[in-house]
Design a protein around this ligand. Sequence first.
Ligand code: CDP
Length: 225
Amino acid sequence: MTFPKKLTIAIDGPAASGKSTTARLLAKKLGYVYIDTGAMYRAITLAVLQSGADPSHKEESEKIAAKSLIELKIINGTQQTFLDGIDVSSQIRSPQIDKAVSEIATNAAIRKLMVRQQQRLAENGGIVMDGRDIGTVVLPTADLKIFMNASIEARALRRLKDQSGQGLSLEEIKKDIERRDHIDSTRKDGPLKKAADARELDNSSLSIDEQVEIIFKWAKEVAQI
Ligand code: CDP
């Protein structure tokens, strides 16, 4: 089915809170495009690491970001991330990227480049976009804003389950999530923050289907159908 109205839906929340899975399924149900903004920061991080630069070196990282081409393409119904024409969808999920991405995401110049690109992608509506600053900075006038959260235990357990042979322990995953959340919520530019008009959804004890159903109902409510 295609949802009769082309809404703009923003989903924010901390690391591993289930945003991506929920946003992807919701977009499918609505016949919308799903945009995973985290993948864009991850791809820039990969570009910086590949060039041998230090992610904490702001100017150098910005230069690399400015000349990197990031494309999000839908292939067989799933978003794939391309860096300079190469599919890097699995590479950007490695622990090395997890470790460095939040540093890259504190870079104001890089955020500016990403936000502009994200706003362009959302121009025509009919999208579900997830990230940290979508409801606050990227799409402040989104039709529906959701702030997803879950306990640290639930989030770490989910990551443990879907890590593909990376061999991290539950404790290591927990530490990485907490470290990223701390950097993400204390940075000056576009911090992880609930927008004043966002609806909060704690999914610690919800299944994916239940989460999608709740947001789908909210979308119908907003669209008045
Ligand atoms: O999937 P997970 O929750 O682990 O993270 P992600 O959504 O892929 O985002 C990876 C990192 O990118 C985050 O920890 C943030 O540092 C950064 N990010 C951001 O700063 N702003 C966004 N809109 C999206 C991601």
